[in-house]
Design a protein around this ligand. Structure first.
Ligand code: DGL
Length: 268
């Protein structure tokens, strides 16, 4: 598919987390142009009400449309869980969120039909993952776990070590007790904690990263060949608050890539 209405792919997140999606898109669709918006002035979304998350998401999408994007990737599970229906109904360009791609991969991976979902408070409270899993596979058993300490740990650059292992145990032990064989990382920050998460869950549990699942969907939508190509598309980075910390941590999310974000005064 050729993008209509614009030539680049727009992504937004409450801040840095969506960069894990961008990293996978850079790998899967390297020739594309990207516009990434991190709404760091209003981070985090995961503790906000549904009304507020829908309003923020509309404003982020509106800003990206002004950058002439032809496709919007909602690179935030919180926004995807709560605002995707509004965005799909209102926007003139295709919208891809995290939930559908991640659910598809989880159902393909599970053998026991017992699936765990990790997410922010708002994502878990929305019940969207459970509903999407059950809609496609009525018999699936779902255990969801809000992990409010994971995002601050990642933002503090704490990706490993004793404290992280303890927090991982706290959140993952209930899922293990339920006998999950597949766990969805339902937050775009969590791939940075993949080491401790995998160590606690063990080899027998499949871990689904929505960032990788979305990248495959975008690749399919654009009709690009399946084999990942080398190189990176040109990317513009926009933030709604200060750039220093964003640029510093962005390298961590993007595998060492240097980022120079532009601060925008208003999304409107
Ligand atoms: N990246 C967001 C998500 O995927 C989490 C951070 C936040 O709470 O805004 O849900």
């Amino acid at each position: 598919m050729l993008l209509s209405g614009g030539t680049s792919i727009g992504l937004f997140d409450s801040g840095l987390g969506g960069l894990t999606v961008l990293r996978e898109l850079h790998r899967a669709c390297p020739g594309q142009r990207y516009a990434y918006l991190g709404d760091n002035a209003r981070f985090p979304y995961g503790t906000k009400s549904a009304d507020t998350i829908v309003r923020y998401s509309r404003e982020c999408a509106g800003f990206l449309l002004k950058q002439e994007v032809g496709l919007i990737v909602v690179a935030c599970n919180t926004a995807s869980s709560i605002a995707i229906a509004a965005l799909e109904a209102e926007l003139s360009v295709p919208v891809i969120g995290t939930v559908v791609p991640a659910v598809r991969e989880a159902l393909a991976a599970t053998r026991s039909g017992v699936v765990g979902v990790l997410g922010t408070n708002a994502t878990v409270a929305s019940g969207v993952y459970e509903a999407a899993l059950r809609e496609r596979e009525a018999g699936v058993k779902v255990t969801s776990q809000a992990c409010p300490l994971f995002v601050p740990l990642v933002e503090a650059g704490m990706l490993d070590g004793e404290i992280v292992e303890k927090v991982a145990e706290l959140y993952l032990a209930p899922l293990k007790a339920q006998g999950v064989d597949t766990v969805i990382l339902g937050c775009t920050h969590y791939p940075l904690l993949i080491g401790p998460i995998r160590r606690f869950l063990g080899d027998g549990v499949a871990v689904v990263e929505c960032s990788k699942a979305i990248a495959r969907d975008v690749q399919d939508l654009l009709g690009l060949p399946g084999a990942p190509a080398q190189g990176r598309g040109a990317t513009q980075y926009f933030v709604t608050d200060e750039v220093g910390q964003f640029n510093k941590l962005a390298g961590l999310f993007l595998g060492g890539q240097h980022v120079e974000a532009v601060r925008i005064e208003s999304l409107l």
